[in-house]
Ligand binder design. Structure first.
Ligand SMILES: *[C@@H]1O[C@H](CO)[C@@H](O)[C@H](O)[C@H]1NC(C)=O
Ligand SMILES: *[C@@H]1O[C@H](CO)[C@@H](O)[C@H](O)[C@H]1NC(C)=O
Ligand SMILES: *[C@@H]1O[C@H](CO)[C@@H](O)[C@H](O)[C@H]1NC(C)=O
Length: 220
């Protein structure tokens, strides 16, 4: 499931990173090449659908998907944190899913999204609206939700999700993550220690509604 650019380079990774734990099997490990280029590639999927997630050069990746199940594919940084993420590309989705700056923190374990675009906004769990905010990059509605016994970077866990949803969809631009972290914090949604953070394409099945589409994204 996890693709490495080079097995030879993989063997040079520290033993702790190379350990084939459940975490990296589920959520993808960085290749040494990617880390040198300042990019982190993640490819996770479940279910019987056709989920193509192709690691490209530099900060680029392409996806192509259809069918039952779900996937999260993207490129970014490990660890994530406060930075301005600039990206461009194409995104052609049908059904539930997102184009989003996506990441995780630990202590507390949080899965977060800054959603730039989507076809159908069909949350897997009920969202609770926490407010909205506007700054020079756009206007966003803020939500939180709870995932119960779901896949996470720490295995199957119960955890909170934080969401910023851009009111005007776009594909490409600048996302200053710290502005979202501060907006979440101002409504009591605090993050922990940063794990990875990627500009992700995600698609999933919600009830009877499966998703399909493709994307071609480059993170600068
Ligand atoms: C997606 O994959 C299908 C077959 O697997 C192929 O026909 C199609 O050209 C691909 N589309 C893109 C945009 O890569
Ligand atoms: C944004 O929040 C303000 C203050 O809570 C509220 O008055 C306004 O209606 C909200 N706007 C939207 C679009 O939700
Ligand atoms: C992705 O976009 C790049 C830049 O426009 C292009 O060169 C490449 O062929 C595209 N890849 C796919 C699979 O469409």
């Amino acid at each position: 499931m996890v693709k490495f650019s080079s097995l030879a380079l993989f063997s040079l990774l520290p033993a702790a990173l190379a350990a084939p734990g459940q975490l990296f099997e589920r959520l993808g490990a960085p290749s040494e090449l990617d880390k040198r280029a300042g990019t982190f590639f993640s490819n996770w999927h479940e279910g019987s659908g056709n989920f193509q997630c192709n690691n490209g050069g530099g900060g680029s990746y392409t996806t192509n998907w259809s069918g039952q199940g779900g996937f999260v594919c993207g490129k970014g940084y490990s660890p994530g944190g406060r930075r301005t993420v600039t990206y461009k590309g194409t995104y052609n989705p049908k059904g539930p899913g997102y184009l989003a700056l996506y990441g995780w923190t630990r202590s507390p374990l949080i899965e977060y999204y800054v959603i730039d675009s989507y076809d159908v906004l069909a949350p897997g769990e009920p969202w609770t609206k926490k407010g909205n905010f506007t700054f020079e990059e756009g206007s966003y509605d803020l939500y939180t939700s709870t995932r119960v016994n779901k896949p996470s970077i720490e295995g199957t866990r119960t955890f909170q999700q934080y969401w910023s949803v851009r009111t005007e969809k776009r594909v490409g631009g600048q996302i200053t993550t710290g502005k979202h972290f501060d907006a979440w914090s101002s409504v009591g949604l605090n993050l922990g220690y940063h794990d990875y953070m990627i500009l992700a394409t995600e698609g999933f099945t919600n009830g009877a509604q499966a998703s399909s589409g493709n994307s071609n994204i480059t993170v600068d």
